[in-house]
Design a binder for this molecule. Structure first.
Ligand code: TNX
Length: 488
């Protein structure tokens, strides 16, 4: 087990002799009857079925037995924590919650031969899990990534693929950037032109697209089945050209601007002193809340360069009240700290440490997404064909070698909700391109968010990642091969 290639690295791994072999008689047993237990058991059985061709039986059984993988709950573990004990006779998995068991299954997956990732690869592989014990729990509660589906639209199937990747590395939030100057991507039944007009294009002038509410619910459910919560973002009062182009009344001069397919930022704003603006925002939030079971609504708030601060502040305050009145908590980009933050609000630190500090001084939490470390759209180096580099070139070491609680003085672990790695898509329009930008940095950030700082080690990460290449290749992931890994 000590040689196992585990990403993100668990808290404790100890090896024993021998291994447990999965064959046609292996059963997956659920030891505790609770909602969500079947998801982890089912995920494991499905994964194994696809690759090994074996049809493992999943059933309820109160106690473990030889030849089986037994999943149960144990209150002694942290909510998202788990323990895996592998012996020659059986595998016993205990989780602090169904989510903990899901993470255990992701670890078990990495203990199995790489071929477990490849459909129909049953020839000549023995499905052995090395014996030993793993104990694990995450450092941060919120481990997220953001996908910008506004600059370029991504179909439901692509979003699901992205969710699959997040699940593998124990992420638990997917933030969808659903609106921006270039596109409005979520159906709002009371304002149908948002998608009809605002959803009709994207950067470069392509056809754009949008999610119907049914599509969105399908994404939410697919994510929930993998213990991932969707955080929808409607960016405002800036980054709103697509909405402004759809409804002239949202503009101060009453005239709709043209749709926008370029990549400038900071030129649009809602008219913050018009009544209709607040009616509009309330309708959008209400409809979004109805289809969003997760606790957070992201209200954007970034780069509102053409909104006067005296207009921006009351706008953000009012929108926070709308979100909280619908029972949800607000997340906004760090600029929202200029406004009075509601007690449950979170500021997402991306650029300005002063903003993050202002948020903490108000008692708010901070979600850590520094552009120089965690932005997946930053180029790796000056030769990267895709991406931007306004914040930095973010090679793999930059993405790995940092600690969220040491980034800004005065922002400590207790002020931090978690870590999020955003992928902006001005330059990215296909899933292959997404893969190239996010892999392997998404894996690096998963370890920053999951693994305690004292257990993280760059040399170990590089070695594990190099061994992990095979698995990514079997998964057909189009990843960036960092020169820093070549020499390992
Ligand atoms: C800044 S990060 C933005 C986005 C861009 C991104 C490109 C943030 C809150 N705003 O509008 O897409 O840079 O890297």
């Amino acid at each position: 087990m000590e040689d196992a290639v585990l990403l993100p690295l668990p808290q404790e791994v100890s090896s024993a002799k021998g291994s447990f072999e999965i064959d046609g008689n292996t059963e997956v047993l659920i030891g505790f009857d609770m909602e969500g237990m079947d998801l982890s058991a089912g995920f494991l059985a499905n994964l194994l079925k696809n690759s090994t061709g074996l049809n493992l039986q999943v059933k309820n059984q109160k106690l473990p037995s030889d030849g089986s993988i037994w999943l149960t709950l144990n209150d002694d573990f942290a909510a998202e924590g788990y323990q895996i004990e592998v012996s020659e006779n059986q595998v016993i998995i205990q989780g602090g919650s169904p989510a903990g068991l899901f993470y255990a299954v992701q670890t078990l997956r990495m203990l199995l031969p790489n071929e477990v990732e490849k459909a129909g690869s049953y020839e000549g592989v023995s499905w052995k899990i090395p014996a030993g014990i793993i104990k694990d729990a995450p450092t941060y509660d919120y481990r997220g990534s953001m996908l910008d589906v506004s600059r370029h639209f991504f179909e439901v199937a692509d979003v699901k693929k992205y969710i699959d990747y997040l699940a593998m590395y124990k992420y638990n939030y997917l933030h969808l950037h659903l609106s921006d100057d270039q596109g409005w991507r979520i159906e709002i039944k009371s304002w149908p032109k948002l998608t009809e007009i605002g959803g009709s294009t994207q950067v470069g002038g392509g056809k754009g697209g949008f999610y119907t509410q049914e599509d969105y619910k399908d994404i939410v459910q697919y994510a929930a089945d993998r213990f991932i919560t969707i955080v929808p973002e409607i960016d405002m009062p800036g980054h709103t050209n697509a909405a402004l182009a759809s409804y002239p009344e949202l503009n101060c001069d009453g005239e709709a601007p043209d749709l926008y397919t370029g990549t400038e930022v900071g030129f649009s704003t809602f008219c913050t002193d018009k009544e209709v603006t607040y009616q509009f925002v309330d309708d959008v939030i209400r409809e979004l809340v109805e289809i969003t079971p997760g606790p957070y609504i992201h209200i954007g708030g970034d780069e509102s360069h053409v909104t006067a601060l005296e207009d921006y502040i009351p706008f953000i305050e009012q929108v926070q009240d709308m979100v909280t009145s619908y029972g949800k908590q607000v997340i906004g980009w760090d600029e929202i700290a200029h406004a009075a933050l509601r007690p449950s609000a979170t500021a997402q630190y991306w650029a300005k440490a002063e903003n993050a500090k202002m948020a903490v001084e108000q008692g708010a939490k901070v979600l850590i997404s520094p552009a120089t470390r965690a932005y997946l759209d930053m180029q790796y180096d000056s030769t990267t064909r895709l991406g931007l580099h306004w914040a930095a070139y973010v090679e793999l070491d930059s993405a790995y070698l940092w600690e969220p609680s040491e980034l800004v003085e005065g922002i400590n672990k207790e002020n931090i909700l978690g870590v999020e790695a955003p992928l902006w898509t001005e330059t990215i329009s296909t899933l292959d391109e997404v893969e190239y930008m996010v892999f392997p940095r998404l894996i690096a950030i998963s370890e920053v968010a999951w693994t305690d700082a004292k257990d993280r080690n760059w040399e170990s990460f590089k070695k594990r990642l190099k061994s992990h290449y095979k698995r990514m290749e079997l998964m057909d992931i189009d990843f960036y091969k960092s020169p820093l890994i070549d020499s390992v």
